[in-house]
Design a protein around this ligand. Structure first.
Ligand SMILES: Nc1ncnc2c1ncn2[C@@H]1O[C@H](COP(=O)(O)OP(=O)(O)OP(=O)(O)O)[C@@H](O)[C@H]1O
Ligand SMILES: [Mg+2]
Length: 411
């Protein structure tokens, strides 16, 4: 039986990876924190063959410890389910001589400062960016850059849109800069984060993400996902649909641009999740690329739409195998997040239809305080639907969202 090291199985991608390893008959060793492991669901713990409790507050020490553990336990492949550890997974795999991306560029797949520099060096279509760890530094860099408002301010190394703002003048820039530096440590492992702040050109257009598998340097795109967000001042995500409803030309533009990013970042063995905006005919810009599983259950959507398991492909490539990436079905799948109509005390959800093509989860507890539906934190659950085409599944999703009531009291 092959042995896999999974660096952190926390979260829904971790659960999908554990299930995929079980399907493939692979034994999984998980690197995590002891207190976090305690909180893993029973179904996850049942799928774990060994644990290595690792101090992630110093990634260089964690890298050495995991290489030593892997040598001692005959580990055959290394993956991660946690985006903060995607560079670490590449480095540990490379140290062991196992399939990996280019370890010299691994930081560029996570740290947006390194990513922006590599994109600029390799002329990958992406927002023009300046960065500095001080407000004076970015102000000075902006002065000579030709960049103008609106601008996007973001931390080099966070996730979930934390600290990301669109700004329209120098006052807003100063506030957004401070906000972007507000999270110097990753949660829950306490890994120190680069406090450099990026200021970049605002890219208009429509946003998509692309899921890809890279095996021995050969790139296969599994799916293009369309992202739906609120269109007022807030940018809460409403959901995603796979596949995106796109013309062949637009799809080719997106995939060609993603490939330029993948080459620039040295992707060779693994998977990537690329966020990209289509700005016009033949023109797209990369927002970011992560060498990791996507969030928001997108792997489930890819499986529902194509029959391909991205999680199994990731594991197969990490073990040096050749994944089967041929689509098994030609359908469509969508996720829509359930959010409260306003802030208050959560009282429950009514109206979720039942059916073979619907999966749902409500994770808020009755009696919990919930926020306004202006950000992703306010989500209280989701529904996943499948249909025969993007049009059909988007219509089904609209109907479900209309039928569902999220009950909230003033408290
Ligand atoms: N330069 C930009 N121009 C326009 N929109 C942007 C730009 N940068 C980021 N965004 C928008 O903000 C979102 C979050 O930005 P980004 O992906 O860089 O941060 P993140 O913390 O990784 O967030 P997430 O986990 O939600 O992807 C993007 O998905 C995109 O919609
Ligand atoms: Mg992002």
């Amino acid at each position: 039986m092959k042995k896999l090291l999974l660096i952190e199985a926390n979260g829904n991608a971790g659960e999908d990876l554990l299930q995929a390893a079980r399907n493939l008959g692979v034994a999984v060793h998980v690197a995590t924190h002891a207190e976090l492991y305690e909180k893993y669901p029973r179904e996850s713990k049942d799928k774990i063959a060994g644990t290595v409790f690792t101090d992630f507050r110093d990634l260089e020490l964690a890298r050495k410890a995991l290489v030593e553990y892997s040598r001692g336990n005959d580990i055959d492949g290394v993956i991660t389910g946690w985006e903060f550890f995607s560079s670490l997974a590449t480095q540990v795999a490379a140290d062991l001589g196992l399939p990996a991306h280019d370890p010299g560029r691994a930081d560029g797949c996570r740290n947006k400062r390194v990513m922006a520099d590599l994109f600029a060096e390799c002329t990958v279509p992406s927002p023009r960016t300046v960065h500095s760890a001080t407000l004076e530094g970015v102000t000075e860099a902006l002065a000579g850059s030709g960049l103008d408002y609106p601008l996007v301010v973001k931390p080099a190394e966070n996730a979930g849109s934390i600290g990301v703002s669109v700004v329209h003048d120098a006052d807003e820039l100063a506030k957004a800069f401070e906000l972007a530096q507000g999270w110097p440590l990753e949660f829950p492992h306490g890994t120190p984060l680069d406090t450099t702040v990026l200021v970049q050109e605002y890219i208009g257009g429509v946003e998509f993400s692309v899921e890809s598998v890279i095996a021995d340097g050969a790139i296969t795109h599994l799916a293009v996902t369309q992202k739906f967000t609120t269109t007022d001042n807030s940018r809460a995500e409403l959901g995603h649909t796979v596949p995106a409803d796109l013309s062949a030309a637009d799809r080719a533009t997106l995939l060609d641009t993603v490939e330029q990013a993948q080459v620039a970042l040295g992707l060779r063995n693994g998977i990537s999740h690329t966020e990209i905006k289509l700005v016009g005919p033949g023109e797209a810009r990369i927002i970011e690329l992560g060498a990791r599983p996507p969030g928001d259950h997108i792997m489930k959507l890819v499986a529902g739409a194509t029959g391909i398991s991205e999680a199994e492909a990731y594991i197969t490539v990490a073990l040096g195998g050749v994944p089967d990436l041929a689509p098994k079905v030609d359908r469509a799948a969508a996720i829509r997040f359930l959010t409260p109509p306003r802030a208050g005390v959560f009282r429950g959800v009514t109206g979720i239809p039942e059916g073979v093509d619907i999966e749902s989860e409500v994770y808020a507890e009755v009696g919990a305080e919930v926020g306004d539906p202006t950000d992703n934190v306010a989500r209280i659950g989701y529904v996943i639907l499948t249909g025969n085409s993007p049009d059909e599944v988007n219509q089904l999703a609209d109907d479900v969202v209309d039928a569902v009531t999220v009950e909230v009291d003033a408290g």
